[in-house]
Ligand binder design. Structure first.
Ligand code: AMP
Length: 498
């Protein structure tokens, strides 16, 4: 079943319901949404001469038309290639080239990023409006294994790779959302404050499935003050946020006077949420936080720590990523691929229909990542006796010092207990005697500087002696990619350059 059928269905049931809002203004009802998508889809086939399976890129800030363009692509039976609008021109060019997209929906200010080979539809603009002029088409017949979305991974190392996500897989993801994450309802509103090219965009299907409203902030990006305003304006507000966004909301000067009564749930994920940050968020929002663990290769769907599971939870449970979602099997394996028992740390593997079918045009990387039907996530973790999974770190970030494994996250959690520490990231650095030594990069809160002795004794109070950092380096800010993920490769480079 074509994902565009979700929209056809919603429009049949709730034609006049608000479907997309821009700030506090309504942009489209469901009837308007489906009509624009079906017309633009027809234009992609007729005027742009595209045929089933061709790739169409989206290089746009969060805009209401983003959602319409996505569904236009699916109406026509084409493959969407969403590109994060904050990537470097070079990175965008790489994705356009790798995917072989020949048409791109592009924001006016990003048009210059497109190579000549790619024909642009500046959106919004006259070209986009012209696409609405023709007649609407029926949603193309596609198979469940046909690719709907080429999801380019954030690529904290190496070039991004296009995970092939199918119509059937994304349907599974959406059903799992309702079973495992949240019961979205028709009167709820999904706020897209995070890039539509990534997790937030993947949750559009749940909104359409429920007949809920989708709200694009007028600024087109994440602004804490604006988000608090939208939460006040929209009852049943739901949003997906990276942990760094949750932290920014909590630390925003607007937090103190915000009325979050309308908030239904903030689902966070995509990176580690530190316990001290989670507790601060729960103090502000109450029991309205849920967590998911996923990756582009198994979109939004590996584990879940629901709102209910956050309530009265122990620190250990709040530090976990929850339990396997219903549509996947999750196991932890050793280096030889053998399943490990509870309590043992190994690589996390996932199997299920939601998992990508492979990387676009990259059989070598596919063969390394999908082994006997199991996705190897590259993340380390362990299950407890109740089925709760605790993530350690990426396999390549684990520090081996004097023969022992040290998980940076554990050290980071401890250092964050110091109120003068705003952010921290721990990496390993080659050491002639120990193999690697532990180094902490610390960002201090404005106007304060925690002493090294203080940090050292904090570590001695909480973790084994050998795990404590041998060096502390203070930075103004941590290097991060466009999704807010800390770039440990950059930190290791700083050490190598010293
Ligand atoms: P991406 O494919 O860009 O979405 O990145 C996925 C990676 O982000 C995962 O493999 C994890 O390393 C990390 N990640 C995702 N969700 C979580 C979470 N809830 N807690 C910690 N790390 C996470």
């Amino acid at each position: 079943m074509n994902l565009a059928q979700l929209l056809v269905r919603a429009s049949a049931i709730w034609p006049d319901a608000p479907a997309i809002c821009h700030g506090t203004r309504q942009h489209a009802s469901y009837q308007q949404f489906v009509h624009r998508a079906a017309c633009a889809g027809g234009s992609l086939l007729r005027e742009h001469g595209l045929a089933r399976g061709d790739r169409v890129a989206l290089l746009m800030q969060n805009r209401p038309e983003y959602l319409e363009a996505l569904y236009a692509i699916w109406f026509a039976g084409l493959v969407a290639v969403p590109i994060n609008a904050r990537l470097h021109k070079r990175e965008c060019a790489y994705i356009l080239e790798d995917s072989g997209a020949t048409v791109c929906f592009v924001s006016p200010e990003l048009e210059a990023y497109l190579p000549e080979r790619v024909s642009s539809v500046v959106t919004p603009g006259p070209a986009w409006r012209d696409m609405q002029a023709g007649s609407p088409i029926d949603a193309a017949a596609v198979g469940k294994d046909d690719i709907a979305w080429l999801f380019y991974t954030s690529g904290t190392t190496g070039q991004p790779k296009g995970a092939m996500l199918s119509h059937g897989g994304l349907r599974q993801m959406t059903l799992s959302f309702f079973v495992d994450v949240e019961q979205l309802l028709r009167d709820d509103s999904v706020l897209h404050a995070a890039p539509l090219s990534h997790g937030s965009g993947l949750y559009n299907f749940a909104a359409v499935q429920a007949g809920a409203n989708q709200v694009i902030p007028a600024s087109g990006h994440f602004d804490p003050g604006e988000v608090f305003g939208l939460i006040e304006a929209y009852p049943g507000a739901f949003m997906f946020a990276a942990p760094t966004m949750v932290k920014k909301l909590v630390e925003s000067p607007d937090a103190a006077r915000a009325d979050t009564g309308n908030l239904k749930n903030i689902v966070y994920g995509g990176g580690p949420m530190y316990l001290s940050d989670l507790k601060a968020a729960m103090a502000l929002f109450g029991n309205k936080l849920g967590q998911i663990y996923g990756q582009g290769e198994s979109p939004m769907t590996i584990t879940t720590l629901t709102r209910t599971m956050h309530r009265d939870a122990s620190d250990a449970r709040l530090s976990s990523v929850g339990v396997a979602q219903s549509v996947v099997e999750v196991k932890v394996v050793d280096e030889a691929g053998g399943a490990l028992p509870e309590g043992a740390v190994g690589e996390i593997c996932v199997r299920g229909e939601v998992v990508m079918s492979g990387y676009w045009n990259n059989p070598e990387a596919t063969a390394r990542t999908l082994v006997d039907g199991w996705l190897h996530t590259g993340d380390m973790g362990s299950f407890d006796e109740h089925g709760f999974l605790t993530l350690k770190d990426r396999v390549k970030d684990v520090i081996i010092s004097g023969g022992s494994n040290i998980y940076p996250r554990e050290v980071e959690e401890v250092l964050l207990l110091n109120p003068d520490v705003l952010e921290v990231s721990v990496v390993g650095h080659p050491h002639p005697e120990w193999g690697e030594e532990v180094v902490a990069f610390v960002v201090a809160r404005a106007g304060s500087k925690p002493g090294e002795a203080e940090l050292d004794s904090l570590c001695l109070d909480h973790i084994a002696r050998f795990k404590r950092p041998k060096r502390y380096l203070f930075l103004e800010a941590l290097p991060k990619n466009n999704y807010g993920k800390v770039l440990k490769t950059e930190l290791r480079k700083i050490l190598a350059d010293q």
